[in-house]
Structures are given as structure tokens and as C-alpha cells.
Design a protein around this ligand. Structure first.
Ligand SMILES: Cc1cc2nc3c(=O)[nH]c(=O)nc-3n(C[C@H](O)[C@H](O)[C@H](O)COP(=O)(O)OP(=O)(O)OC[C@H]3O[C@@H](n4cnc5c(N)ncnc54)[C@H](O)[C@@H]3O)c2cc1C
Length: 503
């Protein structure tokens, strides 16, 4: 592969200068920055750039600016394998951004990242074995073009420009403000106001305690309950190891292993003894809210634990807000918005000055980029995934889609190791193209939806299933969502397996 080239080819570039890199990484979130780190470490001499449409790095943690924004998984596993996390397990967005900033700084990655560059289209040519990437600068409107043999898609899974808000009757009649947490206005003054937060997921659960003390009252309005797990925002093992003056690198690795061990045991219990787990989770809520509180109505979901991500509530802050009377939960359906709030199906009326729609994301499979393969639009839903990261019929592209039940970044590291091994293998082999193909033994394999709704069924995935790739019935053709399995299997993937077609 070559070093960075600026190729002056006005005829092909539509008058634009064309820049070529050995690898282009899309997105400067936790996945893209992690990818850049691994590429630099494991494929020295490979030229690369990270293209990011926003004004800075951080992705999810830059986009979301609502009060209280924090992780719901522990940072020992949400942090990278290669950089110790030294703070509390649950971290705020600014803390996560600071950690990512240190990774960029310590590894000299800043020079590789190009901000305010939104990729609009990506076209693969089999003739040249190159992707042509058309980009618009979001500040100047300038159009840029890149070429690369290899695309590393770290664009996340939701559209950053806008969240998902359902349409309800009467929304236009409401005289107050309607706000989605994904685009939280800097000037939103909620002090002394009546606020209704619609939603029951991690975002709603974070937001309510963060604003409750300042508001007249906050109501969390949910159609149906969600499981929450609560505990101290501390890791006892890490604290003990620190007292023993163990090196932070060791602490990071040991605590990661312990967290993963505990999570696996918990996931197994959710499957083998869901009633017992449910009783424990609800018991913890009851301990905060008392025996008289209607925990069954507001906190007992109809599904078994772990079918949707279980949000962690550090130090029970949501339940404390409810217990103090500053916040309350209503479980009901919206009939319509009114001038002054919401009318619910039960007939109950909720007055509000501000309504926050913590109703989720718009799934964004490939960064809203128009993909073409040899002049034909790529219909992602017609492809079959190779281990949730490559796709049949799509050459030289890897996609990072993390875990639902474990930290996203665990997958970022695993996929990065795979990509670097693949790139080094291609270099050694002297080939320029790789594409996953169904092997003879895979022909006729049943093709199933990307995720099994029986296993995991959050709204944003269910709404977007028709645009996601298909999975097969063997681990090679699935995103198994099983970190323990992937961490065994990924390093052992045989790159000469007939599932890889080189050229
Ligand atoms: C509020 C919230 C809390 C979360 N908490 C956790 C948690 O605790 N644990 C966990 O595991 N997961 C959590 N998640 C999931 C989280 O999104 C991922 O864990 C992770 O941060 C995703 O990182 P990423 O780099 O893959 O994608 P993102 O963070 O989405 O970053 C993708 C980047 O790509 C850029 N991009 C997209 N399209 C283009 C384009 N066409 N051109 C140029 N740039 C583009 C975007 O601007 C963005 O900066 C949370 C998600 C949210 C919304």
C-alpha cells in the first residue's frame, strides 16, 4: 500500500483535488478513535484519515448534551483495552470525552482526523479496486473527494442530526416546548417548570434525577416499564487494588475480567432463572420506594430481563427523586397533546411547561451514505453479514456494530484487531480486494433478520429491521452478540477460509 497521496486529477474529481489514503475511517466516536489507534499500532506505514462530520471527536458523547448525560455501562469495559480507566465505573459524557481526548493526544492521532467532513456517497469500482468517497465540508460547503482501497465504517447506529419522535395528535396545539434529548437546546430553562419526560429507557432515567431538584415537578411518562439495576457507582475490587498500590494497567485488566465474568453470570441467570432475577431487580427498587409504592405497575416489564438493555441507576438516583416527591412515574398511553400538556388514554391529564420526548433514535445503518457497487446502489438488506462486520457483495469494507448487552467498545477492540490482521494478510498476499462469500456449505442456509426479536427487541432496531443485513444460522454469518464467544473466535479466524474471496 502507498503513503498519503494527493492526486491532482481534475477530470475525474469533478474539478476537485482527490486525496488517497490506504484506509479511511468513518466517524471519530469511540469506535473510530479506537480503530485509528489500533491501525497505527498494528499496521505501521499505513496511511489513513478519520472523517467526521461533527466539529469534534466523541460521537455519541459529543452529540448528547442533556443534563446528567452519562454511560450506563462501566468504563472499565467501555474504555479501551489499551488505556486504563481510573475514574468511577459510570462516567459522564465530559469524562468520557476527556478519556478519548487523552487517547488522541497520547498517540498523536489528531493529525489524522478531519472534522466537519460529512460523507455523502461511497462508490466502489471493481476496475480500480477503490472506493471513491464524496464529502461536503459542513462549515464551508466545499466538496471534497477521497479515494481508498479500504473503508472502516465506525459511524455508529443512530442518526446524529435528529432523534426519533413519534407523531401524536395535537402536538401543534401544545403551547410549551417540545424537546428531544438528542438536540437539547442550550437555552432551555426548566427551573421551576413542570416537565414531562416521555420514555422509559436509560435516557429518561438519567434525565429525570438530573433535573428534578430544579423543576417544579418532573413526571416520567411511560407506556410500559423497563428493568433497571441499581448499585453504588464504585468498583470494590478496583478500590481494593488501588489501596494495595497495584499498577493501573493491571487494575484495568483485572477489573475488566471481573466485570465480564459477573456480566456473563448475570446474563445466564436471566435466561435460566428469569423470575428470580426479576424478583431481585424489583426488590432493589422496593428498597428505595417502600412497600406501599406500586412497583409492579411502574417497574415490572412484561418481558423477561435482558431482552432489552438493562440500564444501571447509580446510587439509585432515579428512585431517590421519586421517593422525594420531586419526580413521579405515570404508566399510561398518550391520547393527545393539548394546549397545556397531555391527555392520557385513562383520562388523566398531565400539565406541562416542557415535554421531553426521550423516545429513542433513528437507526442509521451506514451513516446516511449513498453506497454504490460498480454503479449499482447497494441495498444493504440484501447482503448477508459475516460475523456482523462484513457483508456479502461488499468488498473492502468493515463495519463496527457493538454489543447490546456488553460494552460497545469491547467489540471496537476485537474488530480492530481483525481489520489490522486482515490488512496485513492482504499486504503479505499481494492482493487488493477481499469480500466475504457464502461457502458451498452455506448455500441454502436460512436467511434471518439481523437480530432475533425473541432475543433482543428495542424499538429502534425493530423499526429498522428491514434496512439491516441478513444473518444466517451459523456463527460465521451472525452478529452473535456474545462477547465471550467472539473474543475466543475472532483471533482464531482463518483468513484463508473459503468465506473470504480475495482478488
Ligand atoms: C445516551 C447514550 C448512552 C449510551 N451509553 C452506552 C453505554 O453506557 N455503554 C455502551 O456500550 N453503549 C452505550 N451507548 C451506545 C453508544 O452509542 C455506543 O456505545 C458508542 O458510543 C458508539 O460509538 P461509535 O463510535 O461506534 O458511534 P458514534 O458514537 O455514534 O459515533 C459515530 C460518529 O460517526 C460520525 N458519522 C456518522 N455518519 C457520518 C458521515 N456520513 N460522515 C462523517 N461522519 C459521520 C458521527 O458524527 C459520529 O461522530 C449509548 C448511546 C447513547 C445514545
Amino acid at each position: 500500500m502507498t503513503d498519503t497521496n494527493v492526486i491532482e486529477r481534475p477530470s475525474q474529481g469533478g474539478g476537485r483535488k482527490v486525496e488517497r489514503f490506504d484506509v479511511l475511517i468513518v466517524g471519530a466516536g469511540i469506535s473510530g478513535i479506537g480503530g485509528a489507534y489500533h491501525l497505527q499500532q498494528q499496521c505501521p506505514g499505513t496511511s489513513f484519515a478519520v472523517l467526521e462530520s461533527q466539529e469534534s471527536f466523541g460521537g455519541t458523547w459529543l452529540t448528547h448534551r442533556y443534563p446528567g448525560i452519562r454511560s450506563d455501562s462501566d468504563l472499565y469495559t467501555f474504555g479501551y483495552s489499551f488505556k486504563p480507566w481510573t475514574g468511577t465505573p459510570i462516567a459522564t459524557a465530559p469524562e468520557i470525552m476527556r478519556y478519548m481526548g487523552e487517547v488522541i493526544e497520547e498517540n498523536g492521532l489528531a493529525k489524522h482526523i478531519r472534522y466537519r467532513q460529512k460523507i455523502l456517497s461511497a462508490s466502489w469500482s471493481s476496475e480500480t479496486s477503490l472506493w471513491t468517497i464524496d464529502v461536503i465540508r459542513t462549515d464551508t460547503g466545499e466538496e471534497l473527494r477521497y479515494e481508498t482501497p479500504f473503508l472502516w465504517m465506525c459511524q455508529g447506529y443512530f442518526r446524529h442530526s435528529e432523534g426519533y419522535t413519534p407523531e401524536w395528535d395535537g402536538m401543534k396545539d401544545f403551547k410549551g416546548r417540545i424537546v428531544h434529548p438528542q438536540s437539547w437546546p442550550d437555552d432551555l430553562d426548566y427551573k421551576g417548570k413542570k416537565v414531562v419526560v416521555i420514555g422509559s429507557g436509560a435516557t429518561a432515567a438519567t434525565l429525570v434525577p438530573a433535573i428534578a431538584d430544579d423543576c417544579a415537578h418532573v413526571t416520567l411518562l411511560q407506556r410500559s416499564p423497563t428493568y433497571f439495576i441499581t448499585g453504588r457507582n464504585a468498583n470494590e475490587l478496583a478500590d481494593t487494588l488501588r489501596e494495595l498500590k497495584i499498577d493501573e494497567t493491571w487494575i484495568h485488566e483485572i477489573v475488566r475480567r471481573k466485570v465480564l465474568f459477573d456480566q456473563e453470570a448475570f446474563t445466564k441467570r436471566c435466561i435460566t432463572e428469569p423470575e428470580k432475577v426479576t424478583a431481585e431487580l424489583l426488590g432493589a427498587v422496593r428498597a428505595f420506594l417502600g412497600e406501599d409504592y406500586n412497583v409492579d405497575t411502574h417497574f415490572r416489564p412484561s418481558y423477561r430481563p435482558w431482552r432489552q438493555r438493562i440500564a444501571f441507576i447509580p446510587d439509585g438516583d432515579l428512585f431517590r427523586s421519586i421517593g422525594s416527591g420531586k419526580a413521579s412515574v405515570v404508566t399510561d398511553h398518550i391520547d393527545r397533546f393539548t394546549e397545556t400538556g397531555l391527555l392520557l388514554k385513562s383520562g388523566q391529564v398531565l400539565d406541562a411547561d416542557i415535554i421531553v420526548t426521550a423516545t429513542g433514535f433513528n437507526l442509521n445503518v451506514l451513516g446516511d451514505i449513498a453506497f454504490e457497487i460498480d454503479g449499482k446502489p447497494l441495498d444493504f438488506s440484501q447482503t448477508v453479514t459475516y460475523r456482523g462486520m462484513m457483508f456479502t457483495g461488499v468488498p473492502n469494507m468493515v463495519w463496527v456494530f457493538g454489543y447490546f448487552r456488553a460494552s460497545w467498545t469491547l467489540r471496537t477492540d476485537l474488530v480492530a484487531d481483525f481489520v489490522c490482521r486482515l490488512l496485513n494478510h492482504m499486504k503479505a498476499k499481494g492482493v487488493t480486494r477481499v469480500e466475504p462469500v457464502l461457502r458451498d456449505k452455506d448455500k441454502g442456509m436460512p436467511l434471518l433478520p439481523w437480530v432475533d426479536p425473541e432475543n433482543f427487541n428495542p424499538g429502534y432496531l425493530m423499526r429498522g429491521m428491514d434496512i439491516l443485513p441478513k444473518r444466517g444460522d451459523k456463527p460465521e454469518w451472525q452478529h452473535t452478540q456474545d462477547y465471550a464467544l467472539d473474543s475466543e473466535e475472532f483471533p482464531a479466524i482463518d483468513l484463508e477460509d473459503s468465506a473470504f474471496l480475495y482478488g
